[in-house]
Design a protein around this ligand. Structure first.
Ligand code: SF4
Length: 332
């Protein structure tokens, strides 16, 4: 099975998404004119899934089996949408008075949150949680949004003082580009960057998280490294910083250096190499507390430990199920 396809012109011949694409060898073009495209496009999520458990990657990305929703995913989607809509506003849309403006910013972001929550009400209800639990998550998320806007207002005030500019100009300065899709054909990886900030000629790539962490985990560092790699591929320029904005605990930034980008390249390449096969036996289970925890389980737990069969496959013998523990919802 061919796992890569050689193409001679990115603009005319592009990745087809078919992992069985035949190798194209065109004698009219020299080797240098040919570029390699990976048969499968990875993403930070697929790479982190493989690193968490190759068997999970197999179910999700090779077999393309559906995954369930959970409250962390649903509310992550709501929060991202709210911030995207919030930053569609321009500095010129703000009131003349700074005091009025900050009240309007608070009101506007909270109104957007309530609107988005109501729009996703069906998704939330489909999770089957008791009404009190839904109310808890509504209030907790509303609190995160409020913390976000207070933090943004502080940054706005600092920018006004430091640069001697109006709140309208400060808003335009701090306003990021949101939900940018970037793809690297060379490395076979893509991602959506939540926010790209351009401040004083410096670029920061930010990811929003609803997790209550206040440090950058190895997984997040890899995700940010992939964003730095994608940005460099797209623009030819290095971003200066990457970071996580924890809605509850604020921003943590990292410098973009060669180590960060090289590490991301190596990890992307390693996952491409490890995922050429379509055979379940090549994707071992990694049994950890993320298989099953007190309040839930991995989407594929029944296939791993309860003899549930996948059509067309005889699953390898099940291992012993793991002991229950608390989940790590760090990807939310
Ligand atoms: S249940 Fe555990 S071993 Fe099975 S796919 Fe999920 S994480 Fe991997």
């Amino acid at each position: 099975m061919a796992d890569v396809v050689w193409i001679f012109n990115f603009k005319r011949a592009r990745y087809t998404g078919d992992s069985n694409t035949t190798l194209i060898k065109d004698p009219c073009f020299s080797k240098n004119e040919k570029k390699m495209v990976h048969a499968r496009i990875q993403s930070p999520s697929s790479i982190l899934t493989y690193k968490q458990c190759p068997r999970k990657y197999f179910f999700q990305y090779i077999m393309k089996m559906p995954t369930g929703k959970n409250i962390h995913l649903v509310r992550g989607g709501i929060v991202h949408k709210v911030l995207e809509l919030f930053f569609q506003m321009q500095g010129e849309d703000l009131a003349e008075s700074f005091d009025v403006t900050i009240e309007c910013l608070r009101k506007r972001i909270n109104a957007l949150f309530v609107e988005e929550w109501n729009a996703r009400r069906e998704d939330v209800s489909s999770l089957g949680m008791p009404e009190e639990q839904i109310q808890f998550y509504f209030e907790e998320t509303s609190m995160m949004i409020s913390q976000y806007i207070e933090h943004f207002i502080q940054r706005l005030q600092k920018a006004m003082i430091k640069k001697g500019i109006s709140h309208n100009a400060a808003f335009d300065l701090l306003k990021p580009k949101t939900e940018q899709h970037l793809l690297s054909e060379e490395h076979g990886v893509q991602g959506f960057i939540d926010a790209i900030e351009h401040i004083d000629g410096k670029v920061a790539l930010m990811d929003y998280k609803t997790s209550k962490k206040s440090y950058i985990t190895e997984e997040y560092r890899l995700q940010l490294g992939i964003y730095a790699l994608l940005y460099k591929e797209k623009t030819g320029e290095n971003a200066h910083k990457v970071g996580i904005h924890y809605l509850t605990n604020g921003r943590i930034l990292l410098d973009v250096d060669q180590n960060l980008v090289d590490h991301a390249k190596e990890e992307v390449k390693a996952v491409h190499n490890a995922t050429k096969s379509k055979e379940i036996k090549d994707y071992p289970q990694n049994i950890t507390p993320l298989c099953k925890w007190k309040t839930g389980q991995c989407d594929f737990y029944e296939y791993c430990f309860k003899q549930k069969q996948i059509a067309g496959y005889s699953s390898p013998a099940s291992s012993s199920p793991p002991a229950s523990s608390s989940p790590d919802s760090s990807l939310s």
